[in-house]
Write a protein that binds this ligand. Structure first.
Ligand SMILES: [Zn+2]
Length: 299
């Protein structure tokens, strides 16, 4: 249940931040980060082949930082998880990785998570709730992971991969263009895939729980349409990200992953409505109908 709650709150966050607060200049942010590298930081490459100018700091990087001393021992584990699990899952989604640094901040305590949240302009009123109830957040090119919320390595793999998926969309400039349900649905897809590689039973359990909950809700005609407005999402009293996840699963199942990659790529040059119609030859509203119907009949 805990992760459902996290997902639900993460959904609220996604709407309020991931799409609305992407820093305008990631390259400036990148430069300020390179100056900040110290004993608590570590950098790994996203794709070796994408590193363009060795030694100059350009290229695609993931910069891992322990925000407090208690997070330091986790750095090698997180490093290995990024290289072996998260990045191989995320990379095939997009044709080219951005030439900017992704920043992963690891928080070992609730105090340091609160500070990290404040540093990315989370309001004072929201910090208390978010620090207790979320498994991670993404803001611009930064993923912040509260280690104390990750009960298992599977949870950690899920959270890291989930947040880095959001970060990647921000970095390639489509964070604002991608519909929330696809943004969250893909972050869930990647997160659960990462968890499956580390802890298959937990991933299967999570997926089954989501399917059960959402199909029960669908049976009562209680699902919001994909792309519901912000107000409706904020007042939805169920795990709407679970719905997003299942919708993206259906999209991948029926039309394949390459089509979804093409759709993401098109978002660099056109709006989501046009891109969806171009790639899938139907509107998002039509796909929503198919999805809702499938959820209702798959009891
Ligand atoms: Zn999310």
């Amino acid at each position: 249940m805990f992760r459902f709650l996290l997902g639900f709150i993460c959904g609220l966050l996604a709407f309020n931040w991931i799409q609305a607060h992407t820093p305008a200049s990631l390259l400036d942010y990148f430069h300020s980060l390179t100056n900040a590298i110290g004993a608590n930081t570590k950098m790994i490459e996203w794709p070796v082949s994408q590193k363009t100018n060795s030694g100059t700091g350009s290229g695609s990087w993931v910069h891992i930082e322990a925000v407090d001393n208690s997070a330091k021992p986790a750095m090698p584990r997180v490093n290995a998880m990024l290289n072996n699990v998260a990045l191989p899952i995320i990379k095939p989604l997009v044709s080219r990785l951005p030439l900017v640094t992704s920043d992963v901040k690891l928080c070992g305590t609730i105090q340091s998570y609160k500070s990290a949240l404040t540093s990315v302009h989370v309001s004072r009123a929201d910090v208390a709730l978010i620090s207790r109830e979320t498994g991670g957040i993404a803001y611009g090119n930064t993923a912040i992971i509260p280690l104390y919320q990750q009960k298992t390595d599977g949870d950690l793999a899920n959270s890291l991969t989930h947040e880095l998926t959001h970060v990647l969309f921000n970095e390639i400039g489509i964070g604002n263009a991608i519909p929330t349900w696809i943004n969250e649905g893909l972050a869930w897809t990647n997160g659960i895939e990462a968890q499956r590689q580390v802890d298959p039973n937990a991933a299967t359990q999570l997926e089954q729980n989501v399917r059960y909950t959402i199909s029960m809700r669908a049976a009562r005609k209680g699902l919001l349409p994909l792309g519901a407005d912000e107000n409706a999402i904020l007042h939805a009293n169920y795990n709407i990200e679970g719905e997003d996840y299942l919708a993206v699963q259906l999209l991948i199942q029926e039309r394949g992953a390459p089509a979804l990659s093409s759709f993401l790529n098109d978002l660099k040059s056109m709006d989501a409505t046009t891109a969806f119609q171009k790639i899938y030859h139907e509107s998002i509203a039509d796909f929503n109908q198919t999805f809702q119907q499938q959820m209702t009949t798959n009891q």
